[in-house]
Design a binder for this molecule. Structure first.
Ligand code: NI
Length: 130
């Protein structure tokens, strides 16, 4: 299925059932657009070669940044974690986000943990073929 129709973030987020499990909803050149629901604490990691954008749709996301003060990102706000910077997202209550990440970005960056979701599972049924 090629995506030649508009969709809404609400509809795409409603299809997400598991926390910390990004779902690819679009591809823009070499970037994936993803939606995800977060709850609790993730894992400290870094993406050596890729910046990572968090756009908060609902809830309040706290992002721990190594050596810096925590960043708080609220609804409608976005934050870009620069490449190479160790970070750990924390959602004290459920947070819904949009992520923009290079197609090669690994879920948990330089670490692999039980909750790591490989990219093929994030892509799921999405087909970026034009
Ligand atoms: Ni990350």
């Amino acid at each position: 299925m090629s995506v030649l129709h508009p969709t809404t973030l609400r509809a795409e987020l409603d299809r997400v059932t598991d926390h910390w499990t990004p779902r690819v909803i679009g591809r823009v050149n070499d970037q994936y657009v993803k939606v995800a629901k977060l709850l609790g604490e993730f894992v400290w990691h870094a993406h050596d070669d890729e910046d990572e954008m968090f756009l908060v749709v609902s809830g309040d996301l706290r992002i721990q940044i190594e050596g810096e003060q925590d960043v708080r990102v609220g609804p409608g706000e976005f934050f870009v974690v620069p490449r190479g910077v160790r970070h750990n997202p924390v959602a004290e209550q459920e947070v819904e986000i949009v992520l923009v990440e290079t197609v090669t970005t690994a879920h948990t960056g330089d670490v692999v943990v039980e909750g790591t979701v490989p990219i093929d599972r994030q892509v799921g049924s999405f087909d970026a073929t034009p």
